[in-house]
Design a protein around this ligand. Structure first.
Ligand code: FAD
Length: 457
C-alpha cells in the first residue's frame, strides 16, 4: 500500500478530512489528490477589463483547487440542520451540529477569530415574516467573507503540508477495489494504492462521480434541481435584515403552484459573479469582509425547488438545458430589470445604465422570460412582491435579476450512517455525495469520516 488513506478532492470536505486525520491519527500516511491548483495559483482570468466574462478554462479557478468551490466563496458557514444538506439524516441532528461547531472552532483558530457569528434566535423578523406569508429558517451563521476565508485556507494548508501528501493538477480517473483496499488511477495513468479512500469531489466532480457509481455498482438517486435568478438591489433595502442576521433564509409558498421559493446565499454589499459548472455559465455571488471591497449593492438568489417523479430521472440535465438556453441567448449570464420583466420587454444597456442599481457583474441585458419556464418565473415574481412587504423597495423596477442561477444537486449516493458506500472502506462525503450542499455540512462530513477512520486504526 502506498497510503493508508487517499482523499480525492481538496474542497472543504477533503481538507477537513485531511486535517482531522493529521490531528487524530498522525501515524497514518495520507494523500490528497486534486484536479486544480494550489490556493495561491488559483486565478480566474476575468479582470473586468481585457476578459469580461467566462472563457471556460479547462480547470476552473473558481471551482477547482485547494479550497474547492469554497475558496472564493463568501465563507458563510451556516450552523443549522434546516438547510445546507441532510447530513443529520445520516449522523443525527446533535452530532451534525456538534461537528459544524467543531469546524467553526478550527476556522476561528486559523485566522477567523475576529469574524462575527449572526443568529436568528430571538429575532423579531420571524414574526414579521410570518405576518407576510414568509418563513424565516433558524440558523447561526459565521460570515468569514471571501478574504478571511482565503486566509483560513492558507493557514490550514501551511499546517498540513508537511504531514499530508498534497498532489495538485492530479485529476483522478479511476477508483478500483483491490484485495484489502483501492487502486487509484490519476493524472494520465499514474497509480497509487490505499487501504481506505474518501471521495469528496463536490459539484464540479458530479459527472465523474456518476461514472464511478455506475462502474462500481453504487446505487444512486436523483430527483431535484433548484432554478431561479440572482437579485441585486441597493444595500439599504435589506440592511435592517442583513445588519441583524447577515443572511436570512426566507421561504415562500407560491399561491399559484404551491411551489417553495427561497432566498439563498445573501451577500450584503457584495458582488455578483459567474460560475462555470462543466462548461455551463450560471450566476452566483459573494462579498468581502474588507470594508474597502464592499459595494453599494446586496445580492441574493431566489430559487424554486423542482422535484421530479418517475420516470424522469435527469433533474440536473433539466437544469443544464435551461442554463444552456440562457448561455445561448446571452453568451453567458443574462441581466434584466424587474420592471422590464414585468412589462414583457428585454432590458437594454441604456435602461440598465439609467437605473438606480449599477450592476456588479457585466452580464448581457436580455429577457429572462425567454429562458425560465413560466411556473418558475411566476414563483419568482410572487416572491419578489412578498419580500417587498418586509423589505419595501425589493419590487422596484430597477431591481436587477441575473439568470440563471441553478443549484445542481448531485445525485444522492446510497450511503450507510458511516457515509460509507457498499464497498467497505470507500467513504463518499461533501457535495459530491448529494448529502451536503454547503461549506459547513461538507466540512463536518469530512471530520466525521476522518474520526471513524482514526478510531479504527
Ligand atoms: C461562488 C460560490 C459561493 C459560495 N458561497 C457559499 C457560502 O457562502 N456558504 C456555503 O455554505 N456554501 C457556499 N458555496 C458552496 C460551497 O462552496 C460548497 O458547498 C462546498 O465547497 C462543498 O465542498 P466539497 O468539499 O464537497 O466540494 P468542493 O468545494 O466542490 O471541492 C471539490 C474538489 O474536488 C476536486 N475534484 C473534482 N473532481 C475531481 C477528480 N476527479 N479528481 C481530483 N479532484 C477532483 C475539485 O477540483 C474541487 O477542488 C459557494 C459556492 C460558490 C461556487
Amino acid at each position: 500500500m502506498d497510503y493508508d488513506v487517499i482523499i480525492i478532492g481538496a474542497g472543504p470536505g477533503g481538507i477537513f478530512s485531511a486535517y482531522e486525520l493529521m490531528k487524530k491519527a498522525p501515524n497514518l500516511k495520507v494523500a490528497v489528490l486534486e484536479t486544480g491548483f494550489p490556493l495561491e495559483e488559483r486565478h480566474c482570468p476575468i479582470d473586468g477589463d481585457k476578459v469580461k466574462s467566462c472563457i471556460k478554462c479547462k480547470t476552473c479557478a473558481i471551482m477547482n483547487g485547494f479550497g474547492g468551490a469554497g475558496a472564493f466563496s463568501d465563507g458563510k458557514y451556516n450552523i443549522t440542520n434546516d438547510f445546507g444538506g441532510t447530513l443529520h439524516e445520516y449522523i443525527g441532528r446533535n452530532k451534525a451540529l456538534e461537528l459544524m461547531n467543531y469546524v467553526d472552532g478550527i476556522n476561528m483558530s486559523h485566522g477567523g477569530e475576529k469574524t462575527k457569528m449572526f443568529s436568528t434566535a430571538g429575532s423579531g423578523f420571524k414574526k414579521l415574516c410570518m405576518q407576510n406569508k414568509l418563513k424565516l429558517l433558524d440558523a447561526s451563521v459565521r460570515h468569514l467573507g471571501t478574504d478571511i476565508n482565503y486566509i483560513v485556507l492558507g493557514k490550514l494548508y501551511e499546517e498540513m503540508k508537511d504531514h499530508i501528501d498534497f498532489k495538485f493538477r492530479s485529476p483522478v480517473e479511476e477508483v478500483e477495489p483491490t484485495d484489502g483496499g483501492f487502486r487509484i488511477t490519476y493524472d494520465g495513468g499514474k497509480t497509487a494504492e490505499c487501504k481506505k479512500c474518501i471521495i469528496s469531489v463536490g459539484r464540479s466532480g458530479s459527472k465523474w462521480m456518476e461514472g464511478v457509481c455506475e462502474k462500481l455498482g453504487i446505487p444512486t438517486r436523483s430527483n431535484r434541481v433548484d432554478l431561479g435568478v440572482r437579485v441585486e438591489l441597493p444595500a439599504p433595502i435589506f440592511s435592517h435584515l442583513t445588519d441583524e442576521l447577515y443572511e436570512s433564509k426566507i421561504v415562500y409558498r407560491t399561491a399559484k403552484f404551491e411551489d417553495s421559493v427561497r432566498t439563498f446565499c445573501m451577500n450584503p454589499n457584495g458582488i455578483v459573479v459567474n460560475e462555470n459548472t462543466n462548461g455551463i455559465v450560471t450566476v452566483n455571488g459573494h462579498s468581502f469582509e474588507d470594508p474597502s471591497k464592499k459595494t453599494d449593492n446586496t445580492n441574493f438568489a431566489l430559487l424554486v425547488a423542482k422535484h421530479f417523479s418517475e420516470p424522469f430521472k435527469d433533474s440536473n440535465g433539466y437544469g443544464e438545458s435551461i442554463a444552456r438556453l440562457s448561455n445561448m441567448l446571452g453568451g453567458g449570464v443574462i441581466v434584466q430589470r424587474f420592471g422590464d420583466l414585468e412589462r414583457g420587454r428585454r432590458s437594454n444597456q441604456k435602461r440598465i445604465n439609467e437605473g438606480m442599481v449599477q450592476p456588479t457583474l457585466a452580464a448581457t441585458p436580455g429577457d429572462l422570460s425567454l429562458v425560465l419556464p413560466k411556473r418558475i418565473l411566476d414563483g419568482i415574481i410572487e416572491m419578489i412582491y412578498a419580500l417587498d412587504r418586509i423589505a419595501p423597495g425589493t419590487a422596484n423596477p430597477d431591481t436587477l435579476l441575473y439568470g440563471v442561477e441553478v443549484k445542481f444537486y448531485n445525485m444522492e449516493v446510497s450511503l450507510s450512517e458511516r457515509l460509507e458506500c457498499n464497498h467497505p472502506g470507500l467513504f463518499i462525503i461533501g457535495d459530491g455525495s448529494g448529502v451536503t450542499h454547503s461549506l459547513s455540512h461538507a466540512s463536518a462530513s469530512g471530520v466525521y469520516v476522518a474520526d471513524i477512520i482514526a478510531a479504527e486504526t
